[in-house]
Design a protein around this ligand. Sequence first.
Ligand code: HEC
Ligand code: HEC
Ligand code: HEC
Ligand code: HEC
Length: 425
Amino acid sequence: MRRSSITKMLIERMSMKRSVQTLFFMACMFVAGVTIMNYCPGAAAQSTTLKPGDEFRAVYGTTALDIADGKRLAEASCAGCHGTNGISTTQGVPHLAGQRPAYLYLELKAYQSGARGDTAMNNAVKFLSDDALVKVAAYFASLDPVQSPATSGAKVAPAKPDPVQAGKSAAAGCAGCHGEAGVSKVPGMPSLVGLDPKYLVAAMKAYKSGQRKHDMMKSLLGAVSDADMNNIALYYALQKPARAETPATGNQAAGKAATAGCAGCHGDQGVSGNPATPSLAGQDAQYLAAALRAYKGGSRNDETMKGLMASLDENAIKNLSAYYATQQPQPPNVRKPLTTDEWVQRCDRCHGLNGNSTDPRLPALAGQRVEYLRNVLHDYRTRTRKSTEMAAMSDVLTEDDVENLAAFYARQKARAVVYVPLPSK
Ligand code: HEC
Ligand code: HEC
Ligand code: HEC
Ligand code: HEC
């Protein structure tokens, strides 16, 4: 119904203006079977053939008269919040000028049906006819987009450093004991490579809170923030695992025979698959033995491990430690997070180069207000705003990614809808 009406609007426009008949999208949408919801994957790739002068203003409305109607409505009902020219000066209210027409229309429908919840917007569109929505969408789409990124407020959000680099810097003071890249060279000092970042963070927090008793580690971590702990853990987890370069005295074969009761939790060769249970493979033998004694004696508080240690004598402790120390550590199951640039490449596949969407159904992000972009990405994450595509994308973003991406797109120069002429035959 409404979708086909937009398509109809586009078709009318095509027959109306022969000179722009070869607009890429329209051609593409025809190929796609005239259904506006079909994604047209060629769009982004095609836009690279753009030459200066190929840009036209978007006028997806039916006629100039319709746009004038849309303008009257906008001035009466929308300008108070969205600004006279669709350029918002109000926190939390998005710019609408130059936004893609089919997208605007579909969002207005979503507010009207309640599928997208926002009290201000639900009320603003409640009593508008479908015809009015088409016209007001066409009007806002026809406006020049925001020119100065200053209005986007993007300057207040400087890009945050790469978490792995930040972790490396924050771990500079740890290398003296824990070894370069977390491979211990000092007997008694644990290696930090090959350990799951969740385990590392939990261990650091336990020292800091005093729950795991070790005065030196407590004071060393006293000034380290939670964010830095996360970064440090990520840094170590991404280093190449190697055995501690320390001696392992003890009978490995006897140690191996004693691991039957350990493998269920710590893995067959001391490589654990559970973030709450540390891997033991390649760990410094002296540290392992000290940890086992600490559990046994109760100075390291863990009921599970204490119970298991009760029956182990000093020989068994040495042998188990020697066995695990000589096993090959494995990388924990973490991936290097994407940089903002790498994310942008993924987002731009749908949202267009630097967020200048070339698909009338997909929103442009370039030049949008920074706090609006940030809010919306959070709304997708919490499913307050529903979208299959964006739920999948936003789930894997960290808080820092959201900040960086919002700032990146808010800084980009916004361009009006771009028409790409097809090569003539
Ligand atoms: C009382 C203030 C207010 C009024 C009046 C108002 N809006 Fe909005 N509008 C907002 C806010 C706030 C948002 C962001 C809500 C959200 O996050 O979903 C918004 C969002 C939108 C969006 C979604 C933009 C996007 O990028 O997804 C569209 C489209 C829109 N408004 C169009 C209109 C139109 C058309 C009118 C007039 C008929 C109007 N608004 C009147 C406050 C208002
Ligand atoms: C002066 C030497 C020293 C320095 C510097 C040091 N540590 Fe430690 N660290 C130790 C010792 C010793 C232990 C074992 C403590 C225990 O028995 O619980 C340890 C234990 C740990 C553990 C627990 C390992 C495990 O397998 O449970 C983590 C995590 C850790 N340190 C992180 C850090 C970080 C991060 C830094 C730098 C901010 C750091 N350490 C600096 C000596 C040091
Ligand atoms: C029921 C599961 C379970 C079993 C079985 C088990 N462990 Fe553990 N082990 C844990 C958990 C959980 C921890 C982390 C406790 C903590 O935070 O202090 C741990 C910690 C350890 C540590 C400290 C590692 C470090 O980096 O600080 C050593 C060493 C260890 N276990 C050795 C063993 C040995 C040897 C056996 C067999 C005799 C064994 N464990 C059996 C669950 C288990
Ligand atoms: C597979 C295609 C696709 C990809 C990839 C994608 N998006 Fe989207 N995005 C959409 C669609 C479709 C919508 C409109 C959904 C709706 O109606 O809420 C949208 C909406 C948005 C909006 C709301 C715009 C507005 O004006 O309200 C933001 C912000 C956004 N995306 C950011 C991103 C970011 C950042 C990335 C990369 C991490 C990304 N998107 C990747 C398809 C995509």
